[in-house]
Design a protein around this ligand. Sequence first.
Ligand code: AMP
Length: 284
Amino acid sequence: MRTAKTVDRLRQAVRAARQEGKTIGLVPTMGFLHAGHMSLVDRARRETDLVVVSIFVNPAQFGPSEDFEAYPRDEERDLAMLEEAGVDLVFMPSAEEMYPEGFATYVLQEGSLTETLCGRSRPGHFRGVTTIVAKLFNLVGPDRAYFGQKDAQQVAVIRRMVKDLNFDVRIVACPIVREDDGLALSSRNTYLDSRQRQDATVLSRALFEARAAIEAGQRRAAAIRELVRNRIAAVADARIDYVEVVDADDLTPLEKLQGRIMIAVAVRIGKPRLIDNIQMTVDR
Ligand code: AMP
């Protein structure tokens, strides 16, 4: 496994692979890797010849009062996990490498996809995401890029960007990896103390209960939102940011449940803001 800390080194390595006719898979991450990240790596390993993983805690996607400084980092452990998984190339640039003095060009996606859900509570977040992902796509030129459904809005925003800016890359969305008790894996789970860790299972419990209600015939989005809100509100230390029932593709709010739908939640428990979602297809 090779590591590249600079744009030049990355470009060299990628160019060599391309000349050999290899297909390239890219897995962008912020590091502090867990089984969720590794599921993307494994999928990339199966589907492409050269697997590139980026580890970069992207300052541009954190708000001024968010956890950029505190965000967990463990370079040594991350590299050992990636080596073990058979990754070919790890790109781990410094902030100065990606945003050198005088950096001024951002990718800004307008419209409802970036304004709803997390976009509403994290202004500027998706501008940071689209900018860094566009840079990575330009640098690596991947045939396929792998993202987790855990960040379903991010997937929708990136698909839109790829379409609008004509990036020649296939976006592959991978299922959410969960702990045995349902909690979606996240680097931010490390912020939870044991009591909060227990409380945090309420996100997936509420979502699974909502799914069961829909399977039992509930078709009113308001009733599902209410059910999920009530379950989460029953946990004293949980502060709801949003509970939304939306179209899974364009993220517009629904009244009646039909077609591909998503129930998405963001909840603060102690320090971290946790997100989770489920997607399902609902018939009439
Ligand atoms: P992050 O390091 O949090 O920016 O995540 C990097 C990538 O891993 C993103 O595409 C995430 O959606 C994905 N990811 C994070 N957690 C999970 C999970 N529990 N299951 C599947 N994918 C995940």
